[in-house]
Write a protein that binds this ligand. Sequence first.
Ligand code: SF4
Length: 84
Amino acid sequence: MVQIDTNKCTGCRACVKICPDGFEVTEKKAVLKNSSAECIDEAVAACPVGAIISDSNLWRQAKPVIPARGGRRKKQGRGGGRRR
Ligand code: SF4
């Protein structure tokens, strides 16, 4: 899967220079010509703003799934409870 995030794309044509079989720029935005071009991964790496989303860099686009903690944990003393 290859997609172009048009909100990020600046139309710099770096992807077209690296991979003319895969991309073209129309109206200052990159357009995918051929998603199975051999040079797609090189264009993904060359895009200065990360606008090309492919299976090879999908993990970079994902938001972190680690839930935030609600503040600091309270320190527990030795034994962890009331002493008699
Ligand atoms: S290299 Fe990235 S920012 Fe530049 S035209 Fe291609 S997709 Fe758009």
